[in-house]
Write a protein that binds this ligand. Structure first.
Ligand SMILES: Cc1ncc(COP(=O)(O)O)c(C=O)c1O
Length: 511
């Protein structure tokens, strides 16, 4: 047993004293490689300190590669020969530990590399989409066909009429008052009691998530993302230094049975795409919403409700989830990217005013505030009626395409293949019978002249092998007809070869 003496009057924190003392024991050879350290409970009792103090010391020693933890066996002094030391580099400081992430940094590094390696190989599949003449069901941006080509010029001129001085200074977070008011007004029309004080303008909803990732880091919150999902969000959390847990979803939202492990008292931040989910196209059901709200309250957690597709509801905007998920714990994010124009980079966060004030500091640190001219233009777009006119065209455009694709799926797809039928947005989700690979299908389909997004590309852990996304928003009606026919041919070839063991790469022995 190591002998440690703590100085309770010293300025040096107790956890750091424990850490340094153990390091000294190792350096001076009183603790040798492979030797087992006392458990956190035993050492805390012996030293008369809390378990958290010992845990923090052990965490630091793990991060410094002095010790390692083996699940179920205990904590051991590391072999410092250096051979197995990972070249792990975390530019954002210490790792956030999750109970599901391997405690050993070497193992954790390997798991991260595995995720990233598979993701990179799956990204490489996209090169095949560059084949000339391919019908691509992959675009997630507004179809340029919908846009009035002069709208941006008109709105910009109108914004500039306010005079150059209007845009000369920094306006800082939370953003241009009139734009925040216009956004709050749209929320009120959707049944949410939101004022301009609830709104912070961001550079796209992507930046909203980057800011929230920083907030979670500061507050030591675990990150959970529903899966499948738009990968930009888990990737943003990962880039800022989080380990991302995934929560599998079905057509109604997070699967209740998969939620069980997150009832562990650890405050978390949960990302959900609540309305016309990307990639599934379905919205969070009332029952699952109630489950999420209850979980967030019980676990002292926050929920991000991504409502980027809300204005693309075919029958007019749906109610916001701001109230249903609990106003105290919900942060709604949105932007003009899907409903109007990605290039404006105008997005927003809506949450209670106290949280907006706290978040404003992080936004200020990133860029002082979103560009005032772009905010001015966005305000004109919303306030002048141009946005509503555009939405009428956009909803009709996407609704017609959705109806065409559904009709053609019904006509051509063999039995056993199912799909969602979204009430808005520009994508839907197709499921092959269990065991069949959407990656194998992708290769067969590209060969025949049609491309889509296979399920494993849309999950941080690369599951959902038998699912895939069809983005129909920017495909012409005749191409939808032709593309679905070609795709159905590829599906028929795939289904003629019953899957054996799908294997790790999802291809099995099919190819
Ligand atoms: C579901 C979802 N949320 C957010 C974004 C990011 O959009 P932006 O940063 O342009 O608002 C995307 C982009 O594809 C998306 O699909």
């Amino acid at each position: 047993m190591i002998s440690l003496k703590l100085d309770r009057n010293a300025d040096f924190p107790l956890y750091a004293q424990i850490r340094e003392a153990i390091k000294k024991e190792i350096e001076e050879g009183r603790l040798n490689a492979g030797e087992k350290l006392p458990t956190v409970a035993v050492l805390s009792k012996k030293l008369g300190v809390t378990q958290v103090t010992v845990l923090r010391a052990y965490e630091d020693l793990i991060n410094e590669n002095c010790i390692l933890t083996q699940v179920g066996r205990g904590t051991f002094v590391r072999d410092k020969s250096g051979k197995q030391t990972p070249t792990h580099f975390n530019p954002y400081g210490r790792f956030l530990k999750s109970p599901f992430e391997p405690a050993d940094p070497e193992m954790s590094y390997t798991v991260r590399r595995l995720r990233m390696g598979i993701a990179r190989s799956l990204e490489d599949l996209k090169i095949l989409l560059e084949r000339p003449g391919l019908i691509k069901f992959t675009s997630g941006v507004p179809d340029p066909e919908i846009a009035d080509p002069d709208v941006l010029r008109r709105c910009t001129m109108k914004a500039l009429e306010k005079g150059q001085q209007h845009y000369e200074g920094y306006i800082g977070p939370p953003g241009l008052e009139e734009l925040r008011e216009a956004i709050a007004e749209r929320f009120r029309k959707r049944g949410a009691a939101v004022t301009r004080d609830h709104v912070l303008i961001t550079n796209g909803s992507q930046q909203a998530v980057a800011i929230l990732a920083q907030l979670a880091l500061e507050n030591n919150m675990r990150i959970i993302c529903e899966s499948p999902s738009y990968q930009g969000m888990p990737n943003a959390f990962g880039a800022i230094g989080h380990w991302v847990e995934s929560l599998p979803r079905d057509n109604e939202g997070p699967i209740p049975g998969k939620f069980a492990k997150y009832y562990d008292g650890k405050p978390s931040m949960l990302y959900l795409c609540t309305l016309f989910h990307n990639p599934m196209g379905t919205s969070l059901s009332a029952g699952r919403g109630a489950m999420v709200k209850e979980w967030a309250e019980e676990q002292d957690s926050l929920v991000i409700s991504d409502e980027i597709f809300c204005d693309l509801a075919f029958n007019g905007p749906d109610t916001s989830y701001f109230h249903a998920l609990g106003e105290d714990r919900t942060i709604v994010i949105g932007s003009l990217s899907k409903s109007f124009m990605c290039g404006l980079r105008i997005g927003w966060m809506v949450t209670k005013p106290e949280r907006i004030r706290a978040i404003a500091g992080l936004k200020r640190a990133m860029d002082i505030g979103s560009p005032s001219l772009m905010q001015g233009i966005a305000h004109v777009i919303l306030a002048s009626g141009e946005y509503e006119k555009h939405l009428v065209r956009a909803r009709e455009h996407y609704r017609t395409r959705k109806e065409t694709i559904i009709r053609n799926l019904e006509k051509n797809m063999p039995e056993g293949v199912t799909w969602t039928n979204p009430g808005g947005s520009m994508h839907l989700w197709v499921s092959l019978p269990p065991g069949y690979s959407s990656i194998a299908l992708y290769l067969l389909a590209v060969e025949r002249g049609v491309g889509f997004s296979p399920g494993p590309q849309l999950d941080i852990d690369h599951r959902f092998l038998n699912g895939f996304k069809l983005s129909y928003g920017s495909v012409s009606l005749s191409e939808i007809e032709e593309g679905v026919e070609l795709l159905a041919d590829a599906v028929k070839v795939l289904l003629a070869h019953p899957p054996a063991d799908a294997g790790l790469n999802g291809l099995g022995d099919f190819l």
